[in-house]
Design a protein around this ligand. Structure first.
Ligand code: SF4
Ligand code: SF4
Length: 290
């Protein structure tokens, strides 16, 4: 176990995690909502530091990045755990795992080893992906620091549910991010993801202002986050707070997990969204899973 980087001690011997806006209060012996940060004897520890449960070489376009290092391979890693609880998570085997023995059984790969593997397989970048990278932030930071020294780019594929304090440490180490903006309303975040919208917007804006490469993705779920009003609000926010030059990905939903009663996203819905975006001056609009 590696001591966590973002926490403080609270009343009654509890620990308060400062890594994400959830701010879990964790009693001795307990584990935070994400399942991978544990309070042991007055300190908080990451249970997944150095334990990549998934490693794969992917085309960078699969992450998805369409305007960054095109045609290259991304050495992709993920661990267990997540700080959100999306009703249709596609990586729930990793994000939903709460079995400490399963986490402990993953062979250790030190940060140097991850960078060496990326170089060995001629990958231009290392992607932190699959589950939510925020919950393994210490590992991300150490891998990214070495990767930068070695000339390997780093990619964050994230829900952006992170505190400003943690983002200030982590984001400057990252070269490019694709943030998942799940739906443009706080009700949607509360009802479908167990989170809140405002901290996500703050984190995305912060990353953009660092001048790093940014792309955004929204999974379009029929009747839940596909109304023209919600899409317009999303586009207006990106156009005003970021830039219409930010590449946007709209991807099709298919029934999964707790949303098996909904249909797949029709191609026509994605086409309609693309028309809305183009009409607002966005030039890089991509449709996925359709
Ligand atoms: S990172 Fe995990 S333990 Fe920390 S506040 Fe978020 S959900 Fe809770
Ligand atoms: S943020 Fe991503 S990994 Fe976490 S529950 Fe949602 S879809 Fe799954």
């Amino acid at each position: 176990m590696k001591e966590a980087a973002f926490y403080h001690c609270g009343a009654g011997g509890a620990i308060i995690c400062d890594l994400c806006p959830r701010g879990c209060i964790i009693a001795s012996g307990g584990v935070g909502f994400c399942g991978v940060r544990r309070h042991v004897a007055g300190k908080l520890y990451s249970l997944v530091y150095g334990r990549p449960a998934a490693m794969q070489i992917d085309p960078i376009e699969k992450k998805p990045f369409r305007e960054y290092l095109p045609g290259t391979a991304a050495f992709s890693i993920g661990t267990f755990g997540c700080n959100l609880d999306c009703a249709c998570c596609q990586n729930d085997e990793l994000s939903g795992c709460r079995h400490l023995d399963v986490m402990a059984a993953v062979p250790v790969r030190e940060p140097e080893a991850i960078v060496r593997l990326a170089q060995h397989y001629c990958c231009a970048s290392i992607a932190f992906t699959y589950n939510e990278p925020t919950v393994f932030a210490e590992y991300v930071a150490d891998v990214a620091t070495i990767a930068r020294r070695e000339g390997v780019a780093t990619l964050l594929v994230s829900n952006a549910y992170i505190t400003p304090m943690a983002a200030e440490t982590l984001f400057p180490l990252i070269d490019a991010a694709n943030f998942d903006l799940k739906g443009f309303s706080d009700d949607f975040y509360r009802g479908h993801c167990g989170g809140r919208l405002a901290p996500v917007l703050e984190a995305i804006r912060f990353f953009f202002r660092l001048g790093r490469h940014l792309e955004l993705t929204q999974l379009v779920i029929p009747t839940r986050n596909d109304s023209p009003d919600m899409i317009r609000a999303f586009l207006d926010w990106v156009g005003e707070q970021l830039s219409p030059e930010v590449p946007l990905h709209f991807t099709a939903f298919f029934p999964h997990l707790r949303l098996t009663g909904l249909p797949r996203t029709p191609r026509s819905t994605l086409e309609r969204i693309r028309e809305l975006a183009l009409a607002r001056g966005f030039r890089h609009v991509y449709l996925g899973n359709c």
